[in-house]
Design a protein around this ligand. Structure first.
Ligand code: SF4
Ligand code: SF4
Length: 85
């Protein structure tokens, strides 16, 4: 499966499927998942900390962002603050 089809799949499954109960950890705001296939136009980096990603539409971000990584299989960015036990 190429990167584009992985992203399409991620968007589709996030609409109907829950986050895996085995997910643990927390987002480290690296922003890697916001630069997958293309750099999201809503991605910014903190002026005071250029390594900290900020989402300009955080409160209304789509399910594929809210739920990432939904499952270990859909987790393609490493390192990531989330893991699956
Ligand atoms: S790759 Fe993981 S840690 Fe980095 S922004 Fe995405 S969810 Fe957060
Ligand atoms: S909408 Fe926000 S969380 Fe989603 S990819 Fe863009 S910057 Fe990242």
């Amino acid at each position: 499966m190429n990167h584009l089809s992985e992203k399409v799949k991620r968007a589709a499954t996030s609409l109907i499927l829950p986050v895996d109960e085995k997910r643990t950890g927390e987002c480290k705001f690296c922003g890697h998942c916001c630069m997958f296939v293309y750099i999201c136009p809503f991605l910014k980096f903190d002026n005071n900390n250029p390594k900290r990603a900020l989402c300009m539409i955080h409160s209304i971000r789509p399910p594929m962002c809210r739920k990432y990584p939904r499952t270990r299989k859909e987790q393609i960015h490493k390192p990531c603050g989330y893991d699956f036990i």
